[in-house]
Design a protein around this ligand. Structure first.
Ligand code: MG
Length: 270
């Protein structure tokens, strides 16, 4: 799809944003079983709710701490080399390139807090955009979505390009927000997906994705689908989308199967 197909739709948005101009891609590929397309500006906007605030959870005993406020030791730059993100005042700030964990993970629980710096101009997908790519493949969108309408499958808590959040639970710009995520990779048998990747996302204490399935690894302006082969583990990647988004208190727990010991994280291929 071409840039000139970007369209603005006038829609009524729950929560008081009326006739907002929604940038999106109305003639993108149709999503299976739905009357909407990828990045559809006319897809219904999730209801806006007011959360009580971020939920800051300290790492439990079996967590791997990915950021404790002081060091990027757990991270490399995506594609190799030292991480380029900045560390300031207990936060790591998106900078330069995507960043990925040195260790690889499969099924996980992930906690982190994020914010868009106050005072920065935010407009749709611009100004306050990042994302957590589970296994480096499956994005949970990070976007400053308070009073910032955009295509619903691109707002905070969306499975980008696939599934909007159940509600918009985004706090005002400049405030810390929390994500708690549980994720399972897809299951393959004989080169076919027998169970898709599954994710639950809790945003500021509110369920916004409830055991949902990914259609495949995240795509922009394309319909996602599963590749013929898939790694069992892969690094977690954080997106640098040009915006100095901040993260803190990030930890991860590999999830074992019931009645089995939890697997140790595998070393990254990079
Ligand atoms: Mg993003």
């Amino acid at each position: 799809m071409k840039v000139n197909s970007l369209m603005i739709a006038a829609v009524s948005v729950a929560g008081g944003i009326a006739n907002a101009e929604i940038h999106g891609y109305p003639d993108g590929p149709k999503l299976p079983g739905l009357p909407y397309s990828v990045h559809d500006p006319a897809r219904p906007q999730p209801p806006v709710i007011v959360p009580a605030g971020a939920v800051s959870v300290k790492p439990p005993s079996d967590a791997k701490v990915l950021f404790d406020g002081t060091s990027l030791d757990a991270w490399n730059s995506a594609g190799g080399g030292p991480a380029q993100w900045l560390v300031k005042d207990g936060a790591m700030i998106a900078n330069g390139k995507d960043m990925q964990t040195k260790e690889s993970f499969g099924a996980i629980q992930l906690h982190f807090e994020w914010r868009a710096p106050a005072g920065r101009k935010v407009d749709g997908q611009s100004g306050g955009n990042s994302g957590a790519f589970l296994m480096g493949l499956y994005e949970v969108q990070v976007l400053q979505s308070h009073n910032n309408p955009t295509y619903p499958d691109g707002q905070a808590g969306a499975l980008y390009g696939q599934l909007p959040p159940l509600v918009n639970a985004t706090l005002p710009q400049g405030e810390w927000q929390s994500y708690d995520i549980a994720f399972e990779p897809p299951v393959y048998a004989d080169g076919k997906v027998t169970r898709p990747a599954k994710v639950t996302v809790i945003h500021n204490g509110i369920v916004v994705q409830n055991g949902e399935s990914y259609l495949g690894p995240t795509q922009h302006q394309k319909l996602a689908s599963y590749p013929p082969t898939h790694p069992e583990t892969a690094p977690l990647r954080l997106q640098f989308h040009g915006d100095p988004m901040e993260y803190r208190n990030m930890w991860i727990r590999p999830l074992g199967k019931r009645d089995q010991a939890a697997p140790a994280p595998a070393p990254s291929a990079e």
